[in-house]
Design a protein around this ligand. Structure first.
Ligand SMILES: Nc1nc2c(ncn2[C@@H]2O[C@H](COP(=O)(O)OP(=O)(O)OP(=O)(O)O)[C@@H](O)[C@H]2O)c(=O)[nH]1
Ligand SMILES: [Mg+2]
Length: 330
């Protein structure tokens, strides 16, 4: 995952360190021709390099193009460029350590971008249970991003931790959406509450909540239909779902393969109903990686988990260091 982003950074690190090293060789040549008294002064010049704006100019333009190609937003690219400039321009760098230095700057910069609030799912469930007996988690997002499969993954994860989970098949819009969820549920071994196709989605979730209350279930996870901003009726439906069911956690699912469109999707759903956490899917097949940085940097929302495959166990927690290591070259 994220190989393109890593490759682009690697190119940058290599080019910059080679550029500074090349100068070292040229100065070494000059040194031989100079008188002995100059040796000391030159030694410093050989070993250290004071970085100028000029040294970085072309290489930063190239980095910008490369990172945008790897799906990073302009804001993310600007931050990384600014961090590099601020940490290097006017500073003396030991030539032999240029690579380490630049990697250290990149690591710190990207680490700051990935600095988002942590989410404590079990704490949220515990609190909701103590208040009303169960927690309601609502998933939403545009079409085909991986909502239903992510719900199955979360149900599987929670069930393994000992929670009793019931699913609400509130995608009453797409044909066979309930059958897909039922198939997943059967494989995991959790019940599903469903109504007829075209039924009121808010009512399906309401019924699942009644089920949880009556049978002492811990968590209701609600699937909803994929919706885009062009479908006002589906947007009104989502607002109604939230109004009626007051979920304890509203989760936006984003397909990491969507490029920078994720920013618009985020804004659209956040304006409509508000977002508590994000699930990023298809990270296993995402070579680029930049849009995860864009979302973290722009919105600072917790990431509930990352989807890394089509199996029910294919999810990983969002761990800053792991993401950092998969984005940074070594
Ligand atoms: N490789 C990979 N595929 C995934 C991942 N998550 C979901 N998918 C696949 O993406 C496709 C769509 O997943 P769904 O869960 O049906 O997506 P959805 O958002 O519920 O779709 P709609 O209900 O039609 O809006 C399926 O083929 C999934 O198997 C993931 O993390 N990795
Ligand atoms: Mg679905």
């Amino acid at each position: 995952m994220f190989n393109l982003f890593k490759k682009k950074l690697k190119q940058f690190v290599k080019k910059f360190s080679e550029k500074i090293k090349k100068e070292e060789k040229e100065i070494e040549k000059v040194e031989k021709e100079k008188r002995k008294s100059l040796v000391e002064r030159l030694r410093r010049k050989i070993n250290y390099k004071k970085i100028t704006e000029d040294d970085l100019k072309d290489i930063l333009v190239e980095l910008e193009v490369n990172l945008i190609e790897a799906d990073a937003s302009i804001e993310v690219v600007e931050k990384i460029k600014e961090d590099i400039s601020k940490s290097l321009i006017g500073k003396e760098v030991e030539r032999r350590r240029v690579k380490e230095k630049i990697l250290e700057i990149l690591r710190k910069s990207i680490e700051e971008i990935l600095e988002v609030k942590k989410i404590d799912l079990e704490e949220i469930i515990k609190k909701a249970k103590s208040e009303k007996g169960y927690a309601t988690i609502l998933f939403f997002g545009t079409n085909g991003v991986g909502k239903s499969l992510s719900i199955a993954k979360l149900a599987n994860f929670l069930q393994k931790k000992g929670y009793k989970v019931v699913l609400a098949a509130a995608d009453t819009f797409r044909a066979a959406a309930d059958i897909q969820l039922e198939t997943y549920a059967k494989q995991i071994g959790v019940p599903v509450i469903k109504h007829k196709r075209g039924a009121d989605a808010a009512a399906v979730i309401f019924d699942a909540r009644k089920f949880a209350e009556a049978r002492n279930y811990d968590v209701v996870i609600a699937d909803t239909s994929g919706r885009m901003h062009t479908k006002q009726n589906l947007l009104d439906e989502l607002k109604k779902i939230v109004r009626v069911n007051k979920p304890d956690l509203k989760v936006l699912v984003l397909d990491s393969l969507t490029g920078n469109d994720v920013i618009y999707q985020y804004k659209f759903f956040n304006d409509a109903v508000g977002i508590d956490a994000i699930v990023f899917t298809k990270v296993d097949v995402n070579e680029k990686g930049g849009n995860i940085l864009s979302i973290c940097y722009a919105f600072k929302k917790p990431i509930l988990f990352l989807g890394i495959g089509q199996g029910f166990d294919d999810l990983i927690e969002f761990e800053k260091d792991k993401i950092l290591n998969s984005l940074l070259p070594s």
